[in-house]
Structures are given as structure tokens and as C-alpha cells.
Design a protein around this ligand. Structure first.
Ligand code: CP3
Length: 354
């Protein structure tokens, strides 16, 4: 494997010195880019795009051609695991992901098996291998998975939800059933992420998009416990280098000490926490990723630069910051605004790395 030409992102996650703060954007490949829409149309639909290694590689690289990003992220989805477990994933236009056969009871949980990363999920590993080859060491490749709790919410609700009643009903009325599901998912996530690492992912991120809808006690019980199990089960060294793991709980700002205590390398922050406060609370233990509100990309270039400057000065001097949005980029953002954000990080961060 070729040497990395730009390893700022991996150095920052290891809390090593860098010349400027590395930056990438959650959902950086996607519908805000016209070239993404063209490739997606060529593929037919979203899952066909994920299953075509050449096209998945193409959309992964598209944002890197436009912007000086410091990392690439595998083009795939967190719902590949439940799909491979046989739940029948489909996307209905404008309504997001859905499952034909959601999990409703213990018998359903008993039925699901562990997908084989080089079997049902081989298309993901093929995408990782193809992307890694085509990147040719330009920047590191991030692999990812959903957290067990976040995957379970989609599997039990059968779709996205605003109220989380079905999953919480299972968790509170039948906790053993939910724990059985979460534990199976944790094992599958470990196997899946380790396979991504074996295929060439140089860092991995766990998306816990819905952990923040739980009470502190239930967050620990239903979400964090299983992410901790994942951190313990991951291959942490590959290709002569440490493979850092980043945990992202949206709305998880109140729990960052507990997240840091899992032994993860970095915490992804959304925009509802001040990064200076986060650094004061956990900055000696972990690196921090984030945390501009993605809606700030609707603002003027001046306002975007001002926000980047505020976040950079909030983190201040010292190592261990990866700039990012606090959640995925919105699909109606003008690509030029993303460019303003990324360029501002390059220009304004050098002063903190002398
Ligand atoms: O960041 C990247 O560029 C990599 C790709 C990526 C996608 N999904 C592509 C995608 C990543 C990292 C994800 C993760 C993901 N998927 C999460 C966790 C992160 C988060 O945003 O909270 C979640 C909850 C999902 C589930 C999911 N998949 C949703 C809610 C949707 C949106 C449905 C919609 O119509 O917008 C998807 C589909 C999806 N995943 C798209 C993309 C680019 C849009 C599909 C399209 O092209 O129509």
C-alpha cells in the first residue's frame, strides 16, 4: 500500500502536530453535488450505487476533486447491515429508508444471523478496496457503521421516526429482547468494521445518530454499552499504523466523559456543545471532531468564515482537532458554500499550529 501524501487527519486523531487543522464533511458525497446526482441516475437508485464498486468509488472521490479535503469516507450507508440481515431495505422517494420486514418480537430477533462481510456485504468491502486503490494515498479512507442502538431504531420502527415509540416500547416493556438485538448488532458491527479495516479503511467512525433521544441511564444501557463493546473488539492497528475510532452521538454533549472512557480515539461533536467546553472536559483523553451547524452553510461566506474562526479559536492551540460539520451536509446547500467552509479552515487554522 502506498504511503499517505496527506496524513493530517490521522495525525490530528492521534493528537500529533499538524500544519493546519484537517477538515472533512459528514455526507460529503451526496445530493448537494450535481455530479453525484448524475452518477446516481446512471446507477439507477441509491442501493445500486452502493453495490457498484466503481460508481461508489466515483462518488466518494467527487467531493475530493472539488475541495481540498483531508479525508475520504466510504460511500455506503449504515443500513447495509440490517439489509444483509434480511429485513428488506428500500428507499421511498422523499421519505427516507424503510424496511419490508421490521423486527417486532423476540422470535424475529432470534431469526436474524450475522452477515458475512465477504458474503452478503462483499459489495461494501469491494467498494473499500476500489476506493483505497484509486485514492492512491492522497488522503486516508474512513470506514463506518451505525451504532447498535441507531441501527435497532430503524429495524424496530421500520423507518425513520420522530417519536421512537416502537423501539422504546421494546426497550422498556421487553428489555431482554432489545438487549439481545443490540448485542447481536454489536457483534455484527465488530466483524463488519474489522473487515473494512482489513480491506483498507484507515480509520473508522460509528454513527450513533439517535443516542441523544435517550435518558442518561438508558443511553448508557442501550447505546454506550454496545459502542464500548465495539471499541474493545476493533482491530486498532493495520498497515503499520494505528486505526483510530471516532464515536459520534448526535445530541450526546452531556455524556462526553463517558464516551471518552470507552477508549475511543475521538468524539464527534454536534453543534449544540461549545467545543472549548468539550475540550476542557475531555481534551486530554481524546481528539475532537466538529462542530459547525450544517445549516450555517446557508449563511453568507463572511458568516461562514466567522463561524469557522469561532470554532477554531474555541479549540485554540494544541493538537487533536478535526474540523467537520456537526451532522450531515444538507442536500440544498450550494457546493460553493462548502468550498468557503473548507478553505476557511485551511486559511484560519494555520495560526494555531506554529
Ligand atoms: O458521508 C458520506 O459522504 C458517506 C456516505 C453516507 C451515507 N449515509 C450516504 C447516503 C453515510 C456516512 C451515511 C450514514 C447514515 N445513513 C446515517 C448516519 C449519519 C447521519 O446522517 O445521521 C444514517 C442515520 C443513515 C440512514 C439514511 N440513509 C438516511 C436517513 C438517509 C436519507 C434518506 C434521504 O432520502 O435523504 C439515507 C440515504 C442516503 N445515505 C443518501 C446518501 C448520500 C441519500 C440517498 C440518495 O442519493 O437519494
Amino acid at each position: 500500500m502506498s504511503e499517505l501524501k496527506n496524513d493530517r487527519y490521522l495525525r490530528a486523531l492521534a493528537k500529533e502536530s499538524v500544519d493546519q487543522t484537517p477538515v472533512w464533511m459528514m455526507r460529503q458525497a451526496g445530493r448537494y453535488l450535481p455530479e453525484y446526482k448524475a452518477t446516481r441516475a446512471e446507477a439507477g437508485d441509491f442501493m445500486s450505487l452502493c453495490k457498484n464498486a466503481e460508481l461508489a468509488c466515483e462518488v466518494t472521490l467527487q467531493p475530493l476533486r472539488r475541495f481540498p479535503l483531508d479525508a475520504a469516507i466510504l460511500f455506503s450507508d449504515i443500513l447495509t447491515i440490517p439489509d444483509a440481515m434480511g429485513l428488506g431495505l428500500y428507499f421511498s422517494e422523499g421519505e427516507g429508508p424503510k424496511f419490508e420486514r421490521p423486527i417486532t418480537c423476540k422470535a424475529d430477533v432470534d431469526k436474524i444471523g450475522h452477515p458475512d462481510p465477504e458474503g452478503e456485504l462483499q459489495y461494501v468491502m469491494n467498494a473499500v478496496r476500489t476506493i483505497r486503490k484509486n485514492l492512491d494515498g492522497a488522503v486516508p479512507l474512513i470506514g463506518f457503521s451505525g451504532s447498535p442502538w441507531t441501527l435497532a431504531t430503524y429495524m424496530v420502527e421500520g423507518s425513520g421516526t420522530k417519536t421512537f415509540t416502537k423501539i422504546k416500547k421494546m426497550g422498556f416493556a421487553e428489555p431482554q429482547t432489545l438487549h439481545l438485538l443490540l448485542d447481536k448488532l454489536a457483534d455484527s458491527v465488530i466483524t463488519y468494521l474489522n473487515a473494512q479495516i482489513a480491506a483498507g479503511a484507515q480509520s473508522v467512525m460509528v454513527f450513533d445518530t439517535w443516542g441523544g433521544v435517550l435518558s442518561p441511564r438508558d443511553y448508557k444501557d442501550f447505546s454506550l454499552q454496545y459502542m464500548h463493546k465495539i471499541v474493545d473488539g476493533l482491530t486498532r492497528f493495520a498497515d503499520g499504523r494505528k486505526v483510530p475510532v471516532t464515536l459520534f452521538t448526535k445530541n450526546g454533549g452531556q455524556w462526553i466523559e463517558q464516551i471518552a472512557a470507552t477508549g475511543c480515539d475521538a468524539i464527534g461533536l454536534d453543534w449544540t456543545i461549545d467545543i472549548a467546553e468539550a475540550k476542557a472536559r475531555v481534551g486530554d483523553k481524546v481528539a475532537l471532531q466538529g462542530n459547525m451547524d450544517p445549516s450555517m452553510l446557508y449563511a453568507s461566506p463572511e458568516r461562514i468564515r466567522e463561524e469557522v474562526s469561532t470554532i477554531l479559536s474555541g479549540f485554540g492551540e494544541g493538537n487533536g482537532h478535526v474540523m467537520n460539520l456537526g451532522h450531515g451536509i444538507h442536500l440544498d446547500v450550494e457546493p460553493e458554500k462548502a468550498g468557503v467552509f473548507i478553505e476557511a479552515v485551511g486559511e484560519l487554522s494555520k495560526q494555531y499550529h506554529k
